[in-house]
Design a protein around this ligand. Sequence first.
Ligand code: 4AD
Ligand code: MG
Length: 451
Amino acid sequence: MSEEAAATSATSAPVATIATLGQHEGQSVTLRGWLYNLRESGKLLFPIFRDGTGTVQGVAHVKSVAPEVFEALKGLTQESSVIVTGKVRADKRAPGGYELDVENIQVVQRVPESDPYPITLKEHGVDFLMEHRHLWLRTPRQSAILRIRAEIMRAAAEYFDSNGFIRTDPPILTPAACEGTSTLFPVDYFGDPAFLTQSGQLYIESTALALGKVYSFGPTFRAEKSKTRRHLTEFWMIEPEVAYCDLDCLMELAENFLSHIVQCVLRNRASELAVIGRDPEKLRNILPPFPRLRYDEAAAMLNDAYKKGELENPFEYGNDFGSPDETWLSSQFDRPVMVHRYPADVKAFYMEPDPKDSRYALCVDVLAPEGYGEVIGGSQRVSSYDLLKSRIEQHNLPMDAFQWYLDLRRYGSVPHAGFGMGIERLVAWVCALDHVRETIPFPRMLHRIYP
Ligand code: 4AD
Ligand code: MG
């Protein structure tokens, strides 16, 4: 069916979307969507329609619509697809501010009573919903989260595009590890071993030395056997990399970048935040500068918290922070906190040591507030050929596979820095979700690869 045919087959009223009903007050419009819910009280029907942009309640009285329209609507099953025409009426009590006085309806496909839509409006368990993720996405809450996700991705790319960064796409099939060998997904590359990328970083270091300021944006993979609310095995990462940039420059970039994204969501996705019940006030003060803490200061704070009984386990100095540590730390501030200069031993091989004390790495993790933990990880990169070579040896990484990466230090090496931000972690925080599984259309996790 062509768009035009679909639009006009119910009536000649112009096609509108639910999100833009306000532009059509007092007029008849055609909506193309689905029946989300139906309340019936004798001679009155209250269908709720959804069209992907929102939901709107319709009203149909037996005396105000044609008998065949009332019949078509009466008993109509949830998620039946419909083209409906009605007059837009402002109603202060309605969630979107408008209701639709139904005039005509065409049922495109009626969901059979014998095989009803599996997700009813009652509560379902998470396992059931995850099994039906392909349908769960239709509920207003899930759709709103995906709209916010899309805005986060748009705003993230916009920030870099409008600040002189060039997008360069690293490969997804790679010959070696970037973030440690334990979490690689192997693939058979015509008989040779290869891996799905964990991060585009090493490759965009080379495009940064070619183009100055670059970023990459794509899927990344980690075979992490962790069952936490923060870990996916496939997630989307956006990564800037900048030539002639040090750790301070990187932290400034991180706080400006994150603030831009959050302010865009507040501006452009206010109604979606309302649908999911997210308090926008908690996001308004996400503006630079963010508090900065050395790892050592953070460790001391964690020790105090343990002594006061605010943490179950003591923090062992020298380790990376665990989830409960990050949760506690990030809940101490009203905006993201930047923890920098971790002990070099717990961090990646490519991180530049602090020239003032080489036991520390020039790195930063940005922890989101409200207990959401790490959303950004980054660092200044080792720029010395000799140091990088010895790091590759110490970490038992295959020297052959890293020759090209060493070339970046052989030919015109400069201080450079970059970070990676996981989109799903950011969506989880911005939407205040309990778990990253709702932040991506089809989450890939330890025990989930269907649908
Ligand atoms: O801290 P990570 O491991 O850093 C890197 O991969 C660097 N190579 C990035 C760079 O410097 N260009 O990962 C970066 C971010 C984390 O802060 C987190 O937001 C996200 O990626 N992330 C995950 N998100 C969901 N599930 C997982 N298993 C994730 N692992 C990392
Ligand atoms: Mg990290």
